[in-house]
Ligand binder design. Structure first.
Ligand code: ADP
Length: 256
């Protein structure tokens, strides 16, 4: 997309001279478009639980005013909807904080081995609920990377949580950390679930992109997890590689 300007140019001759300038605004247009898509998506995601909350409140004020059983049932659903909105707002804030900080270099040095032990412990209740076993294979030596501890926790939590949620049928998730010292550090998480069809793989780190919207919602997803992961890894100069085979499972690898 070009913006073209024509301006008269005073010259030494009597012939009229014109200056024609072309400015390429494609990139700016694309950014504008992405911004408005993002706002539309975020508003839509918030509007759905809000509409549901309003509906239940109106029912409780009206037809179900004196129905104690309905009160109990509706309050549980209303609580779930409010929790969903909080999760979404938390993820949106995380993303916008990351965008503001996107050029800062990570300042601490983090030992990934114990950190992954903590992440596994924090995900244990979810894994137990889903009947999934998380196997950790960690080196005995420290695995140091320059980075921000809290951000790296967010990366590993997101990836391992996704493997537990979406790879559920496999009942097993393998987490491997390797390298350190002179060799490159690599983290991988493997699940044995349904996998991701190849046409979706390049897009799963886009904001709000889901392979199956209903499956994501029912698994308490916001569609922002992998977008956050990608942002954090870029800040850490690390790369995310996704290998998936339909019917066999998925491996997410982080190469530091
Ligand atoms: P969500 O909050 O929906 O989980 P994410 O950004 O974390 O959002 O993931 C985007 C989408 O990628 C998910 O909705 C899901 O469809 C797909 N996905 C992520 N991890 C896996 C996995 N391990 N196996 C299959 N699909 C996955």
């Amino acid at each position: 997309v070009y913006v073209v300007r024509i301006a008269p140019l005073a010259g030494p001759t009597t012939e009229p001279l014109w200056l024609l300038t072309f400015r390429d605004v494609s990139h700016a247009r694309r950014i504008d478009r992405m911004r408005s898509d993002f706002i539309a998506n975020a508003s839509h995601e918030l509007r759905t639980p809000l509409a549901s909350l309003r509906g239940f409140i109106e029912t409780l004020q009206g037809p179900a005013k004196n129905d104690v059983k309905a009160h109990e049932r509706f309050l549980v659903i209303m609580h779930e909807q409010a929790t969903r909105m909080s999760r979404l707002v938390d993820d949106l804030l995380s993303l916008s904080r990351l965008e503001l900080r996107s050029n800062l270099a990570p300042e601490q040095t983090v030992d990934l081995a114990p950190l992954l032990g903590h992440v596994r412990d924090s995900l244990q209740p979810l894994a137990s609920d889903l009947g999934v076993e998380i196997n950790l294979d960690l080196p005995k030596h420290p695995v140091l990377v320059p980075g921000d501890r809290d951000e790296l926790v967010e990366v590993f939590e997101n990836l391992i949580e996704n493997a537990c949620k979406y790879g559920q049928e496999g009942k097993r998730v393998d987490v491997v950390l390797s390298g350190g010292g002179d060799t490159p550090v690599e983290f991988s998480v493997t699940d044995y679930g349904p996998g991701i069809p190849p046409e979706h793989v390049p897009r799963i780190t886009e904001r709000f992109y889901r392979v199956n919207v209903e499956a994501s919602r029912s698994k308490k997803g916001t569609g922002l997890g992998l977008a956050i992961v990608k942002h954090i890894l870029t800040r850490h100069r690390a790369r995310l590689v996704v290998k998936s085979e339909v019917g066999k499972g998925t491996v997410f690898t982080v190469k530091f």
